[in-house]
Unconditional design. Structure first.
Length: 78
């Protein structure tokens, strides 16, 4: 079956479905394959990202190498 035939079949089958939960599940699957993936963030999530960016700008972060060293110290202290 070609891609065109498969798309036509899927469109027909979807037209027959009335189960909203099932259709939402299909939508989630299709959204995951969408070439443009836009994240819809809540106001709280946006505020967290902005706060995190400010912390990084102010040098208030630990890079992976530092975290690895801290983890090694913690493991050796046990």
């Amino acid at each position: 079956m070609t891609a065109i035939e498969l798309k036509k079949l899927l469109k027909q089958r979807i037209e027959e479905i009335d189960d909203e939960a099932f259709l939402n599940a299909i939508k989630i699957i299709l959204d995951s394959k969408s070439p443009s993936r836009t994240l819809n963030l809540t106001d709280e999530q946006r505020a967290e990202i902005i706060a995190s960016q400010k912390q990084i700008s102010n040098g208030l972060y630990t890079d992976q190498a530092q975290m690895d060293q801290e983890f090694e110290k913690w493991l050796n202290a046990r």
